[in-house]
Ligand binder design. Sequence first.
Ligand SMILES: C[S@@+](CC[C@H](N)C(=O)[O-])C[C@H]1O[C@@H](n2cnc3c(N)ncnc32)[C@H](O)[C@@H]1O
Length: 406
Amino acid sequence: MGDAPLTVVGLGADGWAGLPEPSRAALHDAEVLLGGPRQLDLLPDDVTGERRAWPSPLVPALPGLLEEYDGRRVAVLASGDPMFFGIGATLARIAGPERLRVLTHPSSAALACARLGWGSEHVTVLSVVGRPLDALRRALAPGARLLVLSAGAGSPSQIAALLDDAGWGPSRMTVLERLGAADERVVTGTAAGWRGESDALNVVAVEAVPERGTRLLGETPGLPDDAYVHDGQLTKRDVRAVTLAHLAPRPGELLWDVGAGSGSIGIEWMRADRTCRAVAVESRPERAERIAANAAALGVPGLKVVVGPAPDALADLERPDVVFVGGGLTRAGVLDACLDALGPGGRIVANAVTVQSEAALAAAHAAHGGELVRVQVSRAEPVGGFHGWRPAMPVTIWTYEKENLP
Ligand SMILES: C[S@@+](CC[C@H](N)C(=O)[O-])C[C@H]1O[C@@H](n2cnc3c(N)ncnc32)[C@H](O)[C@@H]1O
């Protein structure tokens, strides 16, 4: 695909007027200018290179475009900071970072923080451009400051409706439109009272304030059982917390949650870090629907749900870093398929409640090693005017890490 340098130039809403001299010089020098039609229109006539508007969809077309213009001086136009939710990172992935010369510009988030007086290191930035809005729910905590990159003019009212629906209607919302342009506009209100139209180019700032009585969730695994909609097929809170400790999610890892039930293990795995991914495998369609609803309500709409029985349903999935088996242990081939799917250093955690599934774990422990733990939780419940301990069924947990050979 060539190795000629590619210059990526960040451009604000004020266009040419806001560009520093090195960026202007790079654009004057370019033989070919690639960018969105709106950005190309911001260039003055004395920028004489051939102008080529991005095709849609852009990403699949990029390798061909770079090939076509190989050997010519190419400048790529980007909005704001090209490396912030922008074309820069995509180009680095496709063409290689060493080919890029990035002339940056303040991002919309930097401009928004400047207008709001917010320290940008304390802000959670999310994008709803091509991504589900429900991810906002994960970031809601009293006083949290969020900046949401909008998908368009409709995003502010959709964000307001979601906040209101989630019990965060009193949150303060500021919509910052066309930041940096002469006609920049900043509109403030509350999520519950949000009215009015927005410009298509906007970011939404949220200072989260819950309504009285809104359930506040903690950051660590072991969410309350009633945070989930379930039919009883739920790994209960205390055992779930212990199970997640054994699973030990690390950033970027992919989990298979096999026999996912209500989805709580995959959901809490994904809540551990924004880069953690999970696939929930569940044979019953009505449970699969519930898993997707629980994932959306708890702010991890990216959880992938696969309907079908293991081991067959596992065959075409992306290989996992870690597997949890919460159901199907006594079904022929399930545990073997999970172990086979793991690469060196991969981890498996399996929970058993019945005598038969516990026997399967004892056999796995004898064959492979690892750690066997049994937990039994008792809960205080009213007995007459007093309280007594009501024991839940014990749960056996097998944890095993595949050898990581050099
Ligand atoms: C694909 S992201 C690109 C972000 C860009 N690279 C940056 O540095 O801000 C596009 C989103 O950024 C936000 N955005 C970019 N420029 C903006 C501006 N001047 N004013 C308000 N929002 C802007 C909007 O939410 C828009 O939908």
